[in-house]
Design a protein around this ligand. Structure first.
Ligand code: BJW
Ligand code: ZN
Length: 240
């Protein structure tokens, strides 16, 4: 593993601009379940019922109960050494952008700034009637579903299957991938699009791509370096 460490550190040292794409795997060691694989949320919960606008329209209370449970779970979790290492890497590089698919806010709590949250934020709620967004960190929420000041029902401020990503955030994420000289792809199964497409975009625009994951993924074949192992162990070794 020492040769991988050295190689990756050299790649980072030479980088003009660093982009990072994270997924649920980076929060796994904070105790937050991933979506796919053993113990993943989609093993015991149907994504169609809980993470689609159709599922929410059918049964908003059920969807909110699931999010309320996850919010409470996330609230008691702590950022891990992987999140902290990325915050440290940001402080060492002027041109650094973190793109995350995670909605848990653990990167923010670890000290990362300006993260592009392409799938939204579980601590944000949005009115289904007037579309006003607000932050609400209470867990559990006192009333499910929560209500907007206008009386409309609110929904979680996250991106479900079949929904567009927040346009401004997505444009910046694509720009970041296109301009990056190095992209770190950490703890994502790389099956959910368009986020997974950022890897190919960065690669074809000339970035060197390093994947950190326990397992092989569909993008493993196009990246320059695969480092297999837990992100919370690997990232501190990359940065310190
Ligand atoms: C570790 C580790 C450790 C573990 N260290 N590593 C065909 C039909 C219909 C739709 C589509 C279709 N083909 C494509 C689509 C579009 C669809 C899509 O991609 N579907 C595929 C799954 C088939 N995408 C969308 O719908 C997106 N919108 C869109 O495309 O708009 C245009 C459009 C409009 C209308 C119609 C069609 C298209 C939106 C996607 C939204 C995804 N939302 C979720 C929920 C967010 C809110 C919430 O959290 O509740 O986002 S789903 C879920 O998956 C979540 C995640 O961000 C996302 C990605 O998952 P991630 O992060 O990769 O986690 P896992 O669990 O999959 O992987 C964990 C990885 O970590 C694994 O590889 C482990 O090995 C690794 N790991 N421990 C290192 N310690
Ligand atoms: Zn409203």
């Amino acid at each position: 593993m020492d040769h991988l460490r050295q190689l990756c550190r050299e790649i980072l040292a030479q980088a003009d601009s660093i982009a990072v794409l994270t997924g649920a795997g980076i929060s796994a060691e904070s105790g937050i379940p991933t979506f796919r694989g053993a113990g993943g949320l989609w093993r015991s919960h149907r994504a169609e019922d809980l993470a689609t606008p159709q599922g929410f329209a059918r049964d908003p209370k059920l969807v909110w109960e699931w999010y309320d449970w996850r919010r409470a779970f996330i609230a008691q979790a702590e950022p891990n050494a992987g999140h902290r290492a990325l915050a440290a890497l940001q402080s060492q590089h002027a041109n650094f952008t973190l793109i995350t698919q995670n909605v848990d806010g653990l990167h923010d709590r670890a000290g990362s700034t300006g993260a592009l949250k392409v799938h939204g934020d579980v601590w944000t709620v949005r009115c289904t009637v007037c579309h006003r967004e607000r932050e609400d960190r209470r867990a559990p929420l006192p009333e499910l579903p929560p209500r907007c000041a206008c009386g409309g029902m609110e929904r979680p401020g996250v991106v479900w299957f079949g929904e567009s990503l927040p346009q401004d955030v997505w444009i910046r994420a694509e720009q970041t991938a296109r301009r990056a000289s190095v992209l770190l792809v950490i703890g994502t199964s790389a099956v959910v699009y368009p986020a997974a497409g950022l890897v190919g975009l960065a690669k074809s625009a000339g970035a060197r791509v390093i994947e950190i994951n326990l397992e092989e993924t569909p993008v493993s074949s196009i990246v320059d370096v695969c480092w297999r192992g837990p992100a919370a162990e690997i990232l501190p070794r990359l940065v310190s």
